[in-house]
Structures are given as structure tokens and as C-alpha cells.
Design a protein around this ligand. Structure first.
Ligand SMILES: [Zn+2]
Length: 101
């Protein structure tokens, strides 16, 4: 049944956190679950948010990490005269984050 959570807790479906006051589905035996759980959120293309997040990780697993980008820039001629804090900023801007998490 739908209700407002009386406690902070964990969603038994996605293991995400539930805050006190949040709209939840609760069933005896099943426990509390997000009313709109990520596991069930179907996005454009018919995939769940969770599937999209996993696929994004797969697609970007060969991306440079933030540290690798900094190293690469620091060692390149092009950035020879660029101050270190600017390099950190560029590297940060170039590092993509999973938009589905
Ligand atoms: Zn959930």
C-alpha cells in the first residue's frame, strides 16, 4: 500500500535510501520500497534507469580518469604554459560523469 515513510530506511528493491516523509509502497513481508523506484523507472527507449546507468559505465570504461587527464595535459607541449590549477579545472570539465546515477 502507498504511504508516507515514518522512518529513514532502505528500499528493498534497489537498496537506495528512503527518507522519513518520503512517498513509499509498503507491503507486509516485502517491506518499504520507493514509490517511484529507479528499478522501475522506464526511460525513453524502454530501458530502466538502472540499465542505462550500467550501459553508460560499459561505454565509458575506457575513458581517461581525472588523474590520467591531468597527467596527459601536464606532459603535453600544448599546456606547457598553463598554470596547474587551470589544468585541474580543464581536466575536471572533460571528465564525464554517469548522468543516470
Ligand atoms: Zn528503490
Amino acid at each position: 500500500m502507498q504511504m508516507t515513510s515514518k522512518y529513514n530506511g532502505t528500499c528493498t528493491r534497489c537498496n537506495g535510501s528512503i527518507s522519513k516523509g518520503e512517498h513509499i509502497n509498503w507491503n507486509r513481508g516485502q517491506g518499504a520500497q520507493h514509490f517511484m523506484c529507479d528499478e522501475d523507472t522506464i526511460m525513453k527507449g524502454g530501458k530502466t534507469l538502472k540499465q542505462l546507468a550500467i550501459e553508460w559505465d560499459q561505454e565509458h570504461k575506457n575513458d581517461l580518469t581525472f588523474c590520467e587527464r591531468v597527467d596527459q595535459m601536464t606532459n603535453s607541449r600544448e599546456y606547457r604554459n598553463v598554470p596547474e590549477d587551470a589544468i585541474f579545472q580543464y581536466a575536471n570539465e572533460d571528465t564525464q560523469r554517469n548522468p543516470y546515477r
